[in-house]
Write a protein that binds this ligand. Structure first.
Ligand SMILES: [Mg+2]
Length: 134
């Protein structure tokens, strides 16, 4: 497996279920990324507004008070460039297009594969770095 070094990166995890957050945290531990945890859609927007360091958002689609679709739309009003990766329990194609139409860059179905999570995050961190340096 590839070793990723995201020591200087901050990733916002929007996820209402603690077990799912712990699962993601365990996968990302070896990358040394700094993780922020938002438990609702409203909390995700708030944390994004308060932290300039956030490089990427993992967005659960099903959360209390505001779902991931609405939270993504609101965050897109603040930033067009922040990579947002949807995570959803549903594997239906209309859900994928709903996520992409809301402004998500990519989409993953739960249970999330260890390898896919790392490679997808890497892809978007690398492309945002290229934008920042160009
Ligand atoms: Mg959820």
């Amino acid at each position: 497996m590839m070793n990723y070094d995201w020591d200087s990166k901050t990733i916002l995890i929007a996820e209402d279920e603690e077990n799912n957050y712990i699962f993601i945290e365990a996968i990302l531990e070896s990358t040394k990324a700094k993780l922020l945890w938002a438990k609702t859609g409203v909390d995700a927007i708030k944390q994004f507004e308060q932290n300039d360091d956030i490089c990427l958002i993992l967005m659960d689609m099903k959360m209390p008070d505001m779902d991931g679709i609405e939270a993504t739309k609101k965050i897109r009003e603040i930033s067009q460039s922040i990579p947002i990766i949807a995570q959803t329990a549903y594997a239906l194609s209309e859900d994928r297009s709903k996520c992409i139409n809301a402004g998500c860059n990519d989409y993953m179905t739960k249970p999330i594969s260890h390898k896919l999570l790392l490679s997808t995050i890497d892809k978007y961190l690398a492309s945002s770095e290229m934008l920042a340096s160009s």
